[in-house]
Design a protein around this ligand. Sequence first.
Ligand code: DAH
Length: 412
Amino acid sequence: MRGIGTDFEIRSNATVINGQEIPTDSWTNVTPTVLAKINRKLHLQPQNPISIIRQLIESNFQNFKTFNTYSPIVTTKQNFDDLYIPKEHPSRTKSDNYYFNKDTVLRAHTSAHQLQGLASGENKFLISGDVYRRDEIDSSHYPVFHQIEGVFYTDNNVAQLNAELESIRNEKTSNIELVDNTIIKPDNPYQDCHSPEAVDLISAHLKHSINFMIRNLFAEEKDLKVRWIDAYFPFTSPSWEVEIYYEGKWLEVLGCGVVNQRILNQAGLHNKIGWAFGMGLERLAMVLFGIPDIRLFWSEDKRFLKQFTPGKINKFVPFSKYPPCIKDISFWIPDDKWHGNDFCELVRGVAGDIVETVELIDDFRNPKTGKRSLCYRINYRSMDRNVTNEEINQIQEKVRSAVRSEMNVELR
Ligand code: DAH
């Protein structure tokens, strides 16, 4: 099968992608839908809002080296083990990821390249790229999205840390209403190998760098509120998440923290201390450009791309919304092991981007037989044309038969 620009074939014993042949095993669950996206690289298409946001973020990190072309096909070692994500952690499951086989996966985050970046010898760098996760389907979730990762480290001594902090002090973060009640405590601790003084300095450097970037991205926003909250990541400690108050809602924008020293040590950087952050680009771009649906980033419709200019944030003017076509599907499931993500994946695989949302609207257990019945509502809508009921009926029929044969359900 050929996708737009991506050459791939899923054979019974191997997946062949961009000339690379990857053996198949019981873990294999990559789909044609996601493989077709690998060569699109929206973060490198100058007109695409994803790329515009990436560049604006990069411009806030002076002298950071950028790595934007690492392949999204990585080892499970890179995606999980190198970051100390525990073996049994739920983020490793087949229902959350796209595996080529048990050792090879489509990266689920740009953190998969932290070690590679550290090995480059650069002490400040940014990594951007497409990342892949099996997830639900709605206007803000798509199986492929984009992230940018930042890493900074320096000598682990107080004089050097003070000098680094001094050098960015002139960057203004005024005009920002900052809420940060986080304090170091046992469930979000210093690492034993670090002195509290050094961690406080590197944390101040991290927080200043992030607040500065956010302030600049939201330059047009008058009353910007930014909130720091405690978080947990296996690859940092202490760890935080940053949220932005935007149009009445707190929006999670990034995760960050003081790099797990074992990661720096793996790269031979024993006497260094560092910070890292990772943030998704789609949600930010949707907010800043006023883009209502995540599928639009993938649109090749000129009416979308022609509205944007590199280096500039402007509000998207929606072209008229076409009417939706809504279909329900109900079935008895074979046992209680049901993964909604697998169902969404199947729907997306059969029906493609015409699916706007998939919503569980009923979950019922027959009190006599104990059998469980689910009803999902699928909302079909094209971004660029009217769909006919006949056409959607045909697609829905294909969805029904795929669900029956592949998920072993009894249709109602
Ligand atoms: N990789 C995390 C995710 O995708 C985000 C993240 C959190 C990246 C903390 C980092 C970090 O580098 O330090 O959810």
